[in-house]
Structure formats: C-alpha cells, structure tokens
Design a protein around this ligand. Structure first.
Ligand SMILES: C[S@@+](CC[C@H](N)C(=O)[O-])C[C@H]1O[C@@H](n2cnc3c(N)ncnc32)[C@H](O)[C@@H]1O
Length: 392
C-alpha cells in the first residue's frame, strides 16, 4: 500500500481549508474541463499552489509509489549503485518526493544513492519542491546530505539535459512524467507528434537499464492521448512496454473511440485529503490514472511467453453471469462465466479485477451462422487463475 506517511504534516486550519478548497475547485476545473490556465504557469498562483500541495501532491505521489512497487525487482538490482531520477514537469516535485519517501521507507534504492533532478516551468513550484525536500530530510538524519537539483525551463521551447551535481554522467535510471504530457503543446495542431519528440529525447537520456514512467489522468481524452503516444513511440523508437501492457502491438483501446484504458488502485487516503474531499464534494477514495512504463532492455513485468491476459474492466456482475474485458496481443475481448458453471477450477474468476494479470484455461466462443461470437465463456471445466493482482 502506498504511503506518504512522512509527508503527512498537520491538517489545514479552518480558514486555510476554505482557501485551499477554492484552489482545489479551480485546479479541478482546469484539469478536467479544460478551463483556461492549462499551458500557463498556473502554479505561480499562491492559492493554486497551496491547493496543489495539499490535495494533488499526496494523491499523485501515491500513484508513483504504486508504480515503484511494480518496478521494485529492477530497482533492487541497482543496490548500492547511484540511482539518478529525473522528474519532468514535477511541479512541487511530486515524483522526486515519491522516490525519496519510497527510498527512506523501503531502502530500495538505498536513499544514500539517490540523485534527484526536478524540472518545471514554474519557479515557485520548484522552490516549494526544495522546501518540501529539505523539511523531509530534516526528519531523516541518514538522508541529510541528499541533493536535489531543480531546473526551471519551458519544455515546449527547450530541453536542457542537466549535469548532475557530483557526477559526470547524464543518464537517468528513472524518469517520471506525471500529468504533464496533456499540458504540453495543448494549443498546437500536431501536439501528439511534438509530445512524442519530447518523450523520444527523454528516452535518449534514459540509461539502458532505466525506466521511463508516463502517467496521465484517467480521463478519456488524456488516456487516449497517452495510448496514441505509446503507439508512436513503440513504432519509431527502440523501446518496449514494461507495464501495464502485455504486448507492444498498437493499443486496442484506440479501436473504438469510446474506449480507454485506466487503473483504479486502492490507497490509504490521508485524513486531510478526505477532509478536502468532503469540503469540495470530490471522492479520492481510489487512485485513478493511466500509465505506461517503457524500458530499453526489453524487460517486462510478467513473461511475454505465457498466454496471459490483462483485465481492463471491473468484474461486471450480471443476472446469472459475471463478465470482464481482457486485453492481450490479439486485442480486447469480453469473457464471461455463468453462475451455473461455477467450479473449483474457475472460482478465481470471481476475484478478477481491473489491472490483474490472469490466465484462463479454455475460452469457448459459440458459432452462429459461421461466425464466432465476440463474447467468450469459461465453462464448468475451464480454469481461471490470477497470475498477478493489480496490487501486491
Ligand atoms: C498537473 S502538474 C503535475 C505536477 C506533478 N508532475 C504531479 O503529477 O503532481 C503539471 C506540471 O507541468 C508543468 N508544465 C506545464 N507545461 C510545462 C512546460 N511547457 N514546461 C515545463 N513544465 C510545464 C506545470 O508547471 C506543472 O508543474
């Protein structure tokens, strides 16, 4: 379970709560309804910055930590070696702080090996990042010497590859790009191509054993934008998907314009996020987002040589039947199991959930007028198994 325990701090006072609530509403309108502000240095605005720090940082930090858990075996391989992290469009350093908190809580990577760089267009957000970083370190004596480099730049105009403090190398072992891509080039007619070109530059500064983590809001437009970028990157550059996809084919969610692929993960909602939820009428009781982690070394979260599927919907409970949508290299398909066919071998089907990687023994499709039905069924003698739950 993700934790931002050390970043908890105290709950906002009532007057502050009112101001922060207004800021959260303004930010939410910008992020979800595309009201004016996106594409500007909105975090220079004190009310918005405070609201972002109080509400969005803990939520987004927890998302990064969930994905760090997926990368844990690979991060552990770098034990004792320098671990360079670049937080692109990090704002107040959500990605950098997620890593710091993760390293201090799990020792993977050991906090002493971290070299962190946060890059953003907002100087005020980067100053907030430095303040948060320093106040966190003040509580963790063994990490006191950890350095954070901040780089103020407009990524639409320039991509300065920073030279890391204390090292000559500029390759990164982890690059985090969270909730930024859809803000970039938003006025441009060829926004996707420009975003792909930027992400390609990021790939070029990624170490061969590094991970490039792209996270976007779980909205239809932003998620589909990410799927499109994923396709183009895989089509034109040397990289492959570590997670969540089980294949590097074109994203099947783009076939039908109403589809998109997103996660919904559990978390321990900090008390003040719940308090703000109540004040503004939102519910962040689960973490929703879309993501892709790219690698250059071909490593994948689970083996590609197995007939696995990924669950890309909730388990839908219908009259006399349960169904899910699955994704694999053949595309998206719907699979059901009628309640009358429940058996010991297929009982795990009832535990299928969004984001789980599963294996199914036998999917049967009825034939009608010479055509196979799109809905597949697991029969009584079929098997269902969860290979990897969405969260361990
Ligand atoms: C929604 S915030 C995301 C912050 C952080 N990554 C997170 O997920 O919490 C988007 C960030 O992207 C930055 N940003 C937007 N356009 C940018 C640009 N052209 N150049 C650099 N940063 C930009 C904003 O300043 C802001 O900090």
């Amino acid at each position: 379970m993700a934790t931002c325990a050390r970043l908890d701090g105290s709950e906002p006072r009532t007057d502050a709560l009112r101001d922060i609530s207004r800021g959260v509403i303004r930010l939410s309108e910008m992020f979800t309804r595309g009201s004016s502000g996106i594409g500007t240095s909105y975090l220079e605005d004190l009310q918005l910055r405070r609201a972002y720090l109080a509400y969005y940082v803990p939520v987004n930090l927890a998302k990064v930590q969930i994905l760090l858990a997926e990368l844990q075996p690979l991060i552990a391989e770098r034990k004792g070696q320098e671990f360079r992290v670049l937080d692109i469009g990090g704002g107040p350093g959500t990605g950098a702080l997620a890593l710091l908190d993760w390293a201090c809580s799990t020792s993977a990577p050991p906090s002493g090996t971290l070299r962190m760089t946060a890059m953003d267009r907002s100087g005020a957000a980067l100053r907030a990042c430095t303040e948060l970083w320093e106040s966190y370190l003040a509580e963790v004596p063994e990490c006191r010497n950890l350095s954070l480099q901040t780089v103020e730049c407009n990524l639409e105009r320039t991509f300065p590859i920073p030279v890391q403090v204390g090292t000559q190398v500029s390759g990164y072992h982890l690059i985090v790009v969270q909730n930024v891509l859809s803000e970039l080039y938003s006025e441009s007619l060829n926004a996707v191509e420009k975003r792909v070109a930027l992400v390609a530059k990021l790939l070029s500064v990624l170490e061969e054993d590094g991970s490039l983590m792209l996270i976007e809001p779980a909205l239809r437009a932003t998620s589909r934008g990410l799927h499109e970028l994923r396709n183009q990157l895989l089509g034109h550059y040397e990289c492959s998907v570590y997670s969540p996809c089980l294949h590097d084919e074109n994203c099947p969610a783009l076939v039908h314009q109403d589809d998109w692929c997103h996660e919904e993960r559990h978390w321990e909602r900090p008390a003040w996020v719940a308090q703000l939820d109540e004040a503004v009428g939102f519910i962040k009781d689960t973490l929703k987002f879309s993501y892709v982690v790219f690698r250059k070394d071909g490593k994948t979260l689970v083996s590609r040589n197995e007939p696995f599927h990924r669950v890309v919907s909730e388990l839908r409970v219908m009259k006399g039947e349960k169904r899910v949508w699955l994704c694999d290299s053949a595309g998206r398909s719907e699979v059901g199991r009628q309640d009358k066919d429940h058996s010991e071998s297929n009982a795990a089907f009832e535990q299928f959930h969004r984001g789980a990687i599963v294996k199914i023994g036998d999917i049967v499709r009825k034939e009608r007028n010479g055509r196979l039905a799109t809905l597949g069924r697991i029969l009584r003698n079929g098997t269902a198994e969860i290979i990897r739950p969405a969260q361990n």
